[in-house]
Design a protein around this ligand. Structure first.
Ligand code: COA
Length: 158
């Protein structure tokens, strides 16, 4: 069984992430979306909220599971029996960071390889920070996130 992990902060999940999840789910038997409890970022949403939001927007995909994790990604992958890490590349600027991370993870566990999917061109400009910044100023985020997520983001700023 080919098990892959798509890790990230997902604070909040955007259409760009959903695009990667939909496409990655087609190239593996099971996709685990790993939500990082990241102490180096100050998230708008708690890890439980981020897991719940992801669960709401991936209901249409059968072979996807959402879990939170802390610590090293390679340890989480091993725990989940996964040997593929999926990451999205939005632009060339993502490449250097992703390249370093993929090599470091492979050195930490040589059984784990990283697969990159190019983010849909429609979302190549998008990040969770953009969503939060626009929402924080009362702007329209309907093109960035599903309605159910947009409501929760606006609620945080109301
Ligand atoms: N569509 C939209 N936005 C996207 C995107 C896509 N397809 N892909 C990435 N992004 C955005 C995210 O929204 C996020 O935006 P933000 O910075 O405004 O929040 C940004 O790109 C960073 O992406 P994300 O996937 O959340 O990465 P991250 O840098 O927060 O976390 C981990 C990356 C989880 C893979 C990494 O930190 C990790 O593995 N941590 C565990 C510890 C570890 O093992 N460290 C050693 C690694 S060598």
């Amino acid at each position: 069984m080919r098990i892959a992990i798509y890790p990230g902060s997902f604070d909040p999940v955007t259409y760009g992430h959903i695009d990667i999840i939909e496409r990655a789910s087609k190239i593996c038997d099971k996709l685990i979306v790993g939500v990082l409890m990241n102490s180096s970022k100050s998230p708008l949403f708690s890890v439980e909220e981020r897991v719940n939001m992801l669960n709401e927007v991936i209901q249409h995909i059968d072979n996807v599971e959402v879990c939170s994790f802390s610590g090293l990604l390679v340890d989480f992958a091993k725990e989940m029996d996964a040997n593929i890490i999926v990451r999205g590349l939005r632009a060339i600027t993502d490449f250097e960071y992703e390249f370093q991370m993929a090599h470091a993870n492979h050195i930490l566990n040589s059984e784990i390889d990283t697969v990159f999917l190019t983010t849909n061109i429609d979302y190549s400009y998008l990040s969770s920070s953009t969503v939060k910044e626009v929402a924080g100023f009362g702007g329209d985020i309907s093109q960035f996130v599903p309605d159910v997520i947009a409501k929760k983001v606006y609620n945080k700023y109301s």
